[in-house]
Design a protein around this ligand. Structure first.
Ligand code: FMN
Length: 329
Protein backbone atom coordinates (compact mmCIF):
# COMPACT_ATOMS: atom_id res chain seq x y z
CA UNK A 1 0.00 0.00 0.00
CA UNK A 2 1.22 3.51 -0.82
CA UNK A 3 2.24 5.04 2.48
CA UNK A 4 3.29 8.37 1.01
CA UNK A 5 0.32 10.28 2.43
CA UNK A 6 -0.06 10.85 6.13
CA UNK A 7 -2.03 13.00 8.58
CA UNK A 8 -1.30 13.96 12.21
CA UNK A 9 -3.57 11.03 13.13
CA UNK A 10 -1.95 8.33 10.95
CA UNK A 11 1.60 9.26 11.95
CA UNK A 12 0.85 9.36 15.68
CA UNK A 13 -1.30 6.20 15.81
CA UNK A 14 0.86 4.23 13.37
CA UNK A 15 -1.72 3.36 10.69
CA UNK A 16 -1.67 3.87 6.91
CA UNK A 17 -5.23 4.98 6.24
CA UNK A 18 -6.90 7.69 8.40
CA UNK A 19 -9.99 5.53 8.80
CA UNK A 20 -11.38 4.31 12.13
CA UNK A 21 -14.02 1.58 12.30
CA UNK A 22 -15.88 3.12 15.25
CA UNK A 23 -16.93 1.16 18.32
CA UNK A 24 -20.40 -0.26 17.84
CA UNK A 25 -22.55 -1.94 20.44
CA UNK A 26 -23.69 -4.59 19.40
CA UNK A 27 -21.92 -4.79 16.03
CA UNK A 28 -18.20 -4.74 17.00
CA UNK A 29 -17.01 -8.34 16.83
CA UNK A 30 -13.33 -9.34 16.91
CA UNK A 31 -13.20 -10.40 13.23
CA UNK A 32 -14.51 -7.03 12.00
CA UNK A 33 -12.09 -5.05 14.18
CA UNK A 34 -9.17 -7.21 13.01
CA UNK A 35 -10.14 -6.95 9.32
CA UNK A 36 -10.17 -3.14 9.38
CA UNK A 37 -6.82 -2.95 11.19
CA UNK A 38 -5.23 -5.59 8.94
CA UNK A 39 -6.28 -3.53 5.89
CA UNK A 40 -4.49 -0.39 7.15
CA UNK A 41 -7.26 1.43 9.07
CA UNK A 42 -7.94 0.90 12.77
CA UNK A 43 -10.74 -1.12 14.39
CA UNK A 44 -12.02 -0.18 17.85
CA UNK A 45 -12.97 -2.71 20.51
CA UNK A 46 -16.30 -2.09 22.27
CA UNK A 47 -15.94 -4.12 25.49
CA UNK A 48 -19.65 -4.68 26.15
CA UNK A 49 -20.13 -5.85 22.58
CA UNK A 50 -17.12 -8.16 22.79
CA UNK A 51 -18.21 -9.75 26.08
CA UNK A 52 -22.02 -9.69 26.20
CA UNK A 53 -22.86 -9.97 22.51
CA UNK A 54 -20.00 -11.96 21.02
CA UNK A 55 -19.20 -14.11 24.05
CA UNK A 56 -15.45 -13.42 24.33
CA UNK A 57 -13.92 -12.40 27.64
CA UNK A 58 -11.99 -9.19 26.97
CA UNK A 59 -8.46 -10.64 27.15
CA UNK A 60 -9.47 -13.64 25.05
CA UNK A 61 -11.14 -11.36 22.45
CA UNK A 62 -8.06 -9.11 22.24
CA UNK A 63 -5.86 -12.18 21.72
CA UNK A 64 -8.23 -13.46 19.05
CA UNK A 65 -7.75 -10.18 17.17
CA UNK A 66 -3.99 -10.51 17.61
CA UNK A 67 -4.09 -13.93 15.92
CA UNK A 68 -5.43 -12.18 12.81
CA UNK A 69 -3.33 -9.01 12.83
CA UNK A 70 -0.56 -7.35 14.80
CA UNK A 71 -1.48 -3.88 13.49
CA UNK A 72 -2.80 -1.23 15.93
CA UNK A 73 -6.31 -1.55 17.34
CA UNK A 74 -8.20 0.81 19.64
CA UNK A 75 -10.45 0.55 22.69
CA UNK A 76 -13.71 2.40 23.48
CA UNK A 77 -14.03 3.49 27.12
CA UNK A 78 -17.41 4.97 27.93
CA UNK A 79 -16.59 6.90 31.10
CA UNK A 80 -20.16 7.26 32.36
CA UNK A 81 -20.09 7.54 36.16
CA UNK A 82 -23.73 7.06 37.10
CA UNK A 83 -23.51 3.28 37.62
CA UNK A 84 -20.65 2.53 40.06
CA UNK A 85 -20.34 -1.16 39.20
CA UNK A 86 -20.01 -0.23 35.53
CA UNK A 87 -17.26 2.30 36.26
CA UNK A 88 -15.26 -0.25 38.27
CA UNK A 89 -15.57 -2.73 35.45
CA UNK A 90 -14.45 -0.17 32.88
CA UNK A 91 -11.33 0.58 34.95
CA UNK A 92 -10.43 -3.12 34.94
CA UNK A 93 -11.09 -3.37 31.20
CA UNK A 94 -8.82 -0.40 30.44
CA UNK A 95 -6.05 -2.10 32.46
CA UNK A 96 -6.56 -5.36 30.54
CA UNK A 97 -6.45 -3.50 27.20
CA UNK A 98 -3.19 -1.79 28.21
CA UNK A 99 -1.70 -5.10 29.39
CA UNK A 100 -2.58 -6.60 26.01
CA UNK A 101 -0.76 -3.82 24.17
CA UNK A 102 -3.62 -1.49 23.10
CA UNK A 103 -2.33 2.10 22.91
CA UNK A 104 -5.19 3.99 21.25
CA UNK A 105 -8.29 4.81 23.30
CA UNK A 106 -11.51 6.60 22.45
CA UNK A 107 -13.46 7.91 25.43
CA UNK A 108 -17.07 9.04 25.42
CA UNK A 109 -19.67 10.71 27.67
CA UNK A 110 -18.00 11.59 31.01
CA UNK A 111 -14.69 13.03 32.22
CA UNK A 112 -11.84 11.12 30.52
CA UNK A 113 -9.16 12.18 33.06
CA UNK A 114 -8.58 8.78 34.67
CA UNK A 115 -8.27 7.09 31.26
CA UNK A 116 -5.81 9.77 30.11
CA UNK A 117 -3.68 9.24 33.23
CA UNK A 118 -3.55 5.45 32.81
CA UNK A 119 -3.01 5.52 29.04
CA UNK A 120 -0.38 8.27 29.00
CA UNK A 121 1.58 6.44 31.70
CA UNK A 122 1.79 3.52 29.25
CA UNK A 123 2.79 5.76 26.31
CA UNK A 124 -0.61 5.63 24.59
CA UNK A 125 -3.03 8.27 23.34
CA UNK A 126 -6.65 9.17 24.02
CA UNK A 127 -9.22 10.82 21.74
CA UNK A 128 -12.57 11.94 23.15
CA UNK A 129 -16.01 12.08 21.46
CA UNK A 130 -17.43 15.61 21.28
CA UNK A 131 -20.39 17.31 19.63
CA UNK A 132 -19.53 20.96 20.37
CA UNK A 133 -16.80 23.28 21.59
CA UNK A 134 -17.87 23.29 25.25
CA UNK A 135 -17.20 19.55 25.58
CA UNK A 136 -14.05 19.79 23.47
CA UNK A 137 -12.51 22.35 25.82
CA UNK A 138 -13.42 20.25 28.88
CA UNK A 139 -11.87 17.14 27.32
CA UNK A 140 -8.69 19.00 26.38
CA UNK A 141 -8.45 20.31 29.96
CA UNK A 142 -8.44 16.63 30.99
CA UNK A 143 -5.45 16.01 28.74
CA UNK A 144 -6.87 14.20 25.69
CA UNK A 145 -4.72 14.12 22.55
CA UNK A 146 -7.38 14.43 19.85
CA UNK A 147 -11.13 14.78 19.29
CA UNK A 148 -13.71 12.62 17.56
CA UNK A 149 -16.12 15.21 16.17
CA UNK A 150 -19.58 13.61 16.12
CA UNK A 151 -21.85 15.41 13.68
CA UNK A 152 -25.60 15.51 12.99
CA UNK A 153 -25.44 12.62 10.49
CA UNK A 154 -23.80 10.08 12.81
CA UNK A 155 -25.17 6.66 13.63
CA UNK A 156 -25.58 5.89 17.36
CA UNK A 157 -25.93 9.14 19.34
CA UNK A 158 -25.78 11.93 16.77
CA UNK A 159 -24.49 15.47 17.31
CA UNK A 160 -26.18 18.69 16.21
CA UNK A 161 -23.68 20.36 13.84
CA UNK A 162 -22.76 19.58 10.25
CA UNK A 163 -19.27 18.15 9.61
CA UNK A 164 -18.13 21.48 8.13
CA UNK A 165 -19.57 23.61 10.96
CA UNK A 166 -18.03 21.40 13.64
CA UNK A 167 -14.64 21.58 11.92
CA UNK A 168 -14.83 25.39 11.82
CA UNK A 169 -15.79 25.49 15.50
CA UNK A 170 -12.88 23.29 16.64
CA UNK A 171 -10.11 23.86 14.07
CA UNK A 172 -8.12 26.31 16.23
CA UNK A 173 -7.83 23.87 19.15
CA UNK A 174 -4.62 22.50 17.68
CA UNK A 175 -5.22 18.77 18.12
CA UNK A 176 -6.09 16.19 15.43
CA UNK A 177 -9.82 16.27 14.60
CA UNK A 178 -11.60 13.12 13.38
CA UNK A 179 -14.91 13.44 11.53
CA UNK A 180 -17.60 11.00 12.73
CA UNK A 181 -20.94 10.71 10.95
CA UNK A 182 -22.41 10.41 7.50
CA UNK A 183 -19.45 8.79 5.73
CA UNK A 184 -20.64 5.78 3.75
CA UNK A 185 -18.70 6.00 0.49
CA UNK A 186 -15.15 6.80 -0.68
CA UNK A 187 -16.00 10.25 -2.10
CA UNK A 188 -17.48 11.49 1.17
CA UNK A 189 -14.39 10.17 2.98
CA UNK A 190 -12.10 12.15 0.65
CA UNK A 191 -14.33 15.23 1.04
CA UNK A 192 -14.17 15.35 4.85
CA UNK A 193 -10.40 14.94 4.75
CA UNK A 194 -10.41 17.80 2.24
CA UNK A 195 -12.17 19.97 4.85
CA UNK A 196 -9.08 19.58 7.04
CA UNK A 197 -10.01 16.62 9.27
CA UNK A 198 -7.06 14.35 10.15
CA UNK A 199 -9.21 11.23 9.79
CA UNK A 200 -12.72 9.83 9.79
CA UNK A 201 -14.62 7.46 12.05
CA UNK A 202 -17.12 5.24 10.25
CA UNK A 203 -19.73 3.01 11.86
CA UNK A 204 -22.79 2.16 9.77
CA UNK A 205 -20.82 1.32 6.57
CA UNK A 206 -18.87 -1.37 8.43
CA UNK A 207 -22.01 -3.19 9.61
CA UNK A 208 -22.73 -4.15 5.98
CA UNK A 209 -19.51 -6.20 5.70
CA UNK A 210 -18.87 -9.91 5.46
CA UNK A 211 -16.88 -9.89 8.73
CA UNK A 212 -19.60 -8.22 10.84
CA UNK A 213 -21.71 -10.77 12.73
CA UNK A 214 -24.92 -8.74 12.52
CA UNK A 215 -27.87 -10.67 11.08
CA UNK A 216 -28.12 -10.67 7.25
CA UNK A 217 -31.50 -8.91 7.49
CA UNK A 218 -29.89 -6.04 9.42
CA UNK A 219 -27.13 -5.72 6.79
CA UNK A 220 -29.67 -5.84 3.96
CA UNK A 221 -31.82 -3.20 5.66
CA UNK A 222 -28.76 -0.91 5.65
CA UNK A 223 -28.15 -1.61 1.96
CA UNK A 224 -31.83 -0.95 1.11
CA UNK A 225 -32.34 2.14 3.31
CA UNK A 226 -32.34 5.69 2.00
CA UNK A 227 -31.40 8.70 4.11
CA UNK A 228 -35.09 9.42 4.85
CA UNK A 229 -35.49 5.98 6.39
CA UNK A 230 -33.30 7.01 9.35
CA UNK A 231 -35.20 8.39 12.36
CA UNK A 232 -34.24 9.38 15.89
CA UNK A 233 -35.88 7.45 18.71
CA UNK A 234 -35.79 8.12 22.45
CA UNK A 235 -37.84 5.01 23.10
CA UNK A 236 -34.77 2.78 23.14
CA UNK A 237 -32.50 4.38 25.74
CA UNK A 238 -34.11 7.65 26.85
CA UNK A 239 -31.70 9.71 24.70
CA UNK A 240 -32.00 10.12 20.91
CA UNK A 241 -30.50 7.23 18.94
CA UNK A 242 -30.69 6.90 15.15
CA UNK A 243 -32.38 3.76 13.84
CA UNK A 244 -33.86 2.46 10.60
CA UNK A 245 -37.58 3.25 10.44
CA UNK A 246 -38.61 -0.40 10.18
CA UNK A 247 -42.18 -1.71 10.67
CA UNK A 248 -41.31 -2.41 14.34
CA UNK A 249 -40.13 1.18 14.94
CA UNK A 250 -43.24 2.51 13.19
CA UNK A 251 -45.42 0.32 15.41
CA UNK A 252 -43.86 1.23 18.78
CA UNK A 253 -43.16 4.89 17.92
CA UNK A 254 -40.08 6.97 18.74
CA UNK A 255 -41.30 8.83 21.88
CA UNK A 256 -40.50 7.87 25.47
CA UNK A 257 -44.15 8.20 26.58
CA UNK A 258 -45.42 10.63 29.26
CA UNK A 259 -44.64 8.53 32.38
CA UNK A 260 -41.12 7.61 31.28
CA UNK A 261 -40.48 11.25 30.31
CA UNK A 262 -41.47 12.41 33.79
CA UNK A 263 -39.35 9.77 35.52
CA UNK A 264 -36.38 10.65 33.31
CA UNK A 265 -36.69 14.32 34.33
CA UNK A 266 -37.31 13.89 38.05
CA UNK A 267 -34.06 14.10 40.07
CA UNK A 268 -34.81 11.13 42.32
CA UNK A 269 -35.75 8.69 39.57
CA UNK A 270 -33.53 10.02 36.77
CA UNK A 271 -30.53 7.76 37.44
CA UNK A 272 -32.61 4.67 38.09
CA UNK A 273 -34.63 5.30 34.96
CA UNK A 274 -31.52 5.82 32.84
CA UNK A 275 -30.00 2.56 34.12
CA UNK A 276 -33.23 0.73 33.44
CA UNK A 277 -33.37 2.13 29.91
CA UNK A 278 -29.69 1.40 29.26
CA UNK A 279 -29.97 -2.25 30.34
CA UNK A 280 -33.16 -2.78 28.38
CA UNK A 281 -31.61 -1.17 25.29
CA UNK A 282 -28.50 -3.36 25.53
CA UNK A 283 -30.66 -6.50 25.62
CA UNK A 284 -32.95 -5.41 22.78
CA UNK A 285 -30.12 -4.30 20.50
CA UNK A 286 -28.18 -7.50 21.09
CA UNK A 287 -31.08 -9.77 20.15
CA UNK A 288 -32.20 -7.61 17.22
CA UNK A 289 -28.68 -7.63 15.78
CA UNK A 290 -28.06 -11.35 16.17
CA UNK A 291 -31.55 -12.75 15.48
CA UNK A 292 -32.95 -10.25 12.96
CA UNK A 293 -36.69 -9.78 12.58
CA UNK A 294 -37.41 -13.15 14.19
CA UNK A 295 -36.76 -11.13 17.40
CA UNK A 296 -37.58 -7.59 16.16
CA UNK A 297 -36.30 -5.24 13.47
CA UNK A 298 -34.72 -2.71 15.86
CA UNK A 299 -31.60 -1.70 14.03
CA UNK A 300 -29.30 1.25 14.65
CA UNK A 301 -27.83 3.03 11.64
CA UNK A 302 -26.98 6.55 10.52
CA UNK A 303 -27.75 8.58 7.41
CA UNK A 304 -24.62 7.21 5.71
CA UNK A 305 -26.84 4.24 4.70
CA UNK A 306 -27.35 6.28 1.52
CA UNK A 307 -23.78 5.47 0.41
CA UNK A 308 -23.96 1.72 1.14
CA UNK A 309 -24.60 -0.17 -2.09
CA UNK A 310 -23.86 -3.77 -1.04
CA UNK A 311 -22.34 -6.01 1.63
CA UNK A 312 -18.56 -6.13 1.04
CA UNK A 313 -15.44 -7.37 2.83
CA UNK A 314 -14.10 -4.71 5.23
CA UNK A 315 -10.71 -4.63 3.47
CA UNK A 316 -12.36 -3.58 0.19
CA UNK A 317 -13.97 -0.65 1.98
CA UNK A 318 -10.68 0.45 3.55
CA UNK A 319 -8.92 0.15 0.17
CA UNK A 320 -11.57 2.03 -1.80
CA UNK A 321 -11.66 4.84 0.79
CA UNK A 322 -7.83 5.02 0.76
CA UNK A 323 -7.76 5.23 -3.05
CA UNK A 324 -10.27 8.08 -3.13
CA UNK A 325 -8.28 9.96 -0.48
CA UNK A 326 -4.97 9.50 -2.28
CA UNK A 327 -6.51 10.54 -5.60
CA UNK A 328 -7.91 13.72 -4.03
CA UNK A 329 -4.58 15.46 -3.48
C1 FMN B 1 -24.89 0.41 15.61
C2 FMN B 1 -24.03 1.47 16.20
C3 FMN B 1 -23.55 1.33 17.49
C4 FMN B 1 -22.68 2.28 18.05
N1 FMN B 1 -22.18 2.08 19.32
C5 FMN B 1 -21.25 2.93 19.82
C6 FMN B 1 -20.61 2.66 21.07
O1 FMN B 1 -20.89 1.65 21.71
N2 FMN B 1 -19.69 3.54 21.52
C7 FMN B 1 -19.35 4.69 20.82
O2 FMN B 1 -18.51 5.46 21.28
N3 FMN B 1 -19.93 4.96 19.61
C8 FMN B 1 -20.85 4.11 19.09
N4 FMN B 1 -21.40 4.34 17.85
C9 FMN B 1 -20.90 5.48 17.05
C10 FMN B 1 -19.80 5.02 16.06
O3 FMN B 1 -18.63 4.63 16.71
C11 FMN B 1 -19.47 6.14 15.02
O4 FMN B 1 -19.01 7.29 15.65
C12 FMN B 1 -20.68 6.48 14.16
O5 FMN B 1 -21.30 5.30 13.72
C13 FMN B 1 -20.27 7.30 12.95
O6 FMN B 1 -21.41 7.56 12.15
P1 FMN B 1 -21.84 6.65 10.89
O7 FMN B 1 -22.64 5.55 11.44
O8 FMN B 1 -22.62 7.60 10.06
O9 FMN B 1 -20.60 6.17 10.20
C14 FMN B 1 -22.30 3.43 17.30
C15 FMN B 1 -22.81 3.57 15.99
C16 FMN B 1 -23.65 2.62 15.44
C17 FMN B 1 -24.14 2.79 14.02
Amino acid sequence: MDGSRSTPFTSRVGVEVPLICGAMYPCSNPELIAAVSAAGGIGIVQPLSMIYVHGCELREGLRKIREITDRPIGFNAIVEKSVKAYEDRMRRWVDVALEEGVRFFITALGNPRWVVDAVHAAGGIVYHDVTERRWAEKALASGVDGLICVNERAGGHAGERSAAALYEELADLDVPLICAGGIGDPQTFAQVLGLGYAGAQVGTRFIATSECHAHDEYKQAIVDAAEDDIVLTVKLSGVPVSVINTPFVQRVGTDAGPIARRLLRWRRTKHWMRSFYALRALRQLKHASLEGSAYRDYWQAGKSVAGVERVRPAAEIVQSFAEAWRASR
